[in-house]
Design a protein around this ligand. Structure first.
Ligand SMILES: Cc1ncc(COP(=O)(O)O)c(C=O)c1O
Length: 433
């Protein structure tokens, strides 16, 4: 008893780690957790270089981040009014952890009627964007050392979450010669005993690809043989496909493949800062109470995603959705313009995007030059910021870059003139590959 009291007062007088602290130099920086070393997010990382350029007085055009609100796209008024009403009505409190009931009902209706994938409100969990929904799902699903297959090029969210979880990101290739379709043989060969999930981003970021029904069916046929592998269908761009939304993977899969769909208000309702997205469990019996319960438990651990914007979900999904026709036609015009002009630059090729606001051209590199170096050289020379393909896991020497195609055609022409001039100058200097 006496000894215990002495130990406690010793601990109070010299708090934990005191000995270690004394041993360290007074100015030693506090180390960061090692898991962060594997965490890269190229889309935002390149911004540091652009900011440095701006500090030197140069103007920078940011074509690195897919935020339509920066380019004159505005959300439909009915959702702005619904959010304003929620705020006026003092709906400032915590929402239920899994999301507001009326929001989940609207999402279930949207999935069931428009996406043809029968969904109940209890299948839905609302997150702070699809990003948080993906984090909740993967955190509930994978153990350290488990494997998840992601596409290459890939939107980096998934690798970032997996790095944090100590899970292994394995990749399957999307091939430009297949119009950025998947290499399904490779995908099948990469599924192993520790594979817990396959991520499909469809329509795709960063390529803008939309796959044919045949490709989707072949993909599902591969996965139907692996009932314990979850197909994570990131369909945040479905409403922004130029020829209408492609079929939902959950609808095509029925109860043949365990599909969890991710979707979001960010892109199709033009409110990325609201942080409203969701996951919806499909009907496959292996998506059972244990996994659903684990997602819910993790959702409870962060209390809830932002409450007020959830009051606008039903207004948006059940509303007229008339904004989409104009938005998609503007996005289509810009994306097709970029692809066509890029493909006319000697040495550059570009698969025309079929959705959203990205294109992934291939540019000529100098011998030994990486795609990141090309992007930084372009930034330095022209003030235009793109993202290097290796930020999406492409090989740095392959020379792919992602262009956000959101500006108007007239604004894009300024960027494309600059890129064209930059490529010509590199070629004239004997640099083009
Ligand atoms: C393919 C893809 N999935 C998910 C997200 C994240 O969406 P949210 O804003 O809903 O988190 C993005 C954002 O760019 C994306 O491109």
């Amino acid at each position: 008893m006496e000894g215990e009291r002495a130990a406690r007062s010793e601990a109070l007088a010299r708090p934990c780690g005191w000995r270690t602290l004394r041993a360290m130099a007074p100015s030693s920086p506090i180390p960061a957790a090692r898991r962060t070393e594997r965490f890269h997010y190229a889309i935002r990382n390149v911004v540091a270089h652009a900011r440095a350029l701006e500090e030197r007085g140069r103007a920078v055009r940011y074509l690195n981040i897919g935020d339509p609100t920066l380019y004159g796209y505005a959300p439909p008024p009915e959702i702005v009014e619904a959010l304003a009403r929620a705020l006026r009505d003092r709906k400032h409190g915590y929402a239920p952890s899994e999301g507001l009931r009326e929001a989940r009902e609207a999402i279930a209706r949207h999935m069931t009627t428009r996406r043809a994938a029968r969904t109940e409100p209890s299948d839905v969990v609302v997150g702070a964007g699809a990003s948080e929904a993906a984090d909740l799902l993967l955190s509930a699903l994978v153990e350290p050392g488990d494997e998840v297959l992601t596409p290459v090029p890939s939107y980096p969210l998934y690798g970032a979450i997996l790095a944090k979880l100590g899970a292994v990101e394995r990749t399957y290739r999307l091939r430009p010669e297949l119009d950025w379709g998947p290499d399904l043989d490779e995908l099948a060969s990469r599924i192993g005993p520790r594979t817990r999930a396959v991520v499909v981003i469809h329509p795709n970021n960063p390529t803008g690809a939309v796959w044919s029904r045949d490709v989707l069916a072949s993909l599902l046929a591969v996965l139907a043989k692996c009932p314990n592998v979850v197909l994570i269908a990131d369909e945040v761009y479905a409403d922004l496909a130029f020829d209408g939304p492609p079929p939902a993977l959950a609808a095509l899969a029925g109860d043949g493949v365990p599909v969890v769909t991710l979707d979001s208000f960010s892109k199709s309702y033009l409110v990325p800062g609201w942080r409203v997205g969701w996951l919806a469990f499909g009907r496959h019996p292996s998506l059972g109470a244990e996994l659903r319960g684990a997602v819910r438990k993790l959702a409870e651990g962060r209390l809830c995603s932002p409450g007020p914007p959830q009051h606008a979900v039903a207004a948006g999904l059940d509303g007229p959705r008339t904004h989409l026709a104009d938005v998609v036609s503007r996005m289509r015009a810009s994306a097709e313009h970029v692809a066509a002009r890029m493909a006319r630059i000697p040495g550059v090729s570009c698969v025309p995007p079929r959705a959203a606001f990205y294109a992934m051209p291939r540019v000529p590199l100098r011998a030994g030059q990486t795609d990141e170096r090309w992007v930084l050289d372009l930034l330095e020379a022209t003030g235009n910021l793109l993202v290097h393909g290796s930020g999406f896991h492409m090989a740095p020497e392959d020379g792919f870059v992602r262009v956000v195609t959101l500006p108007s055609v007239a604004e894009l022409d300024v960027v494309l003139d600059a890129i064209e001039g930059f490529v010509h100058r590199a070629d004239a200097a004997g640099g083009g590959a």
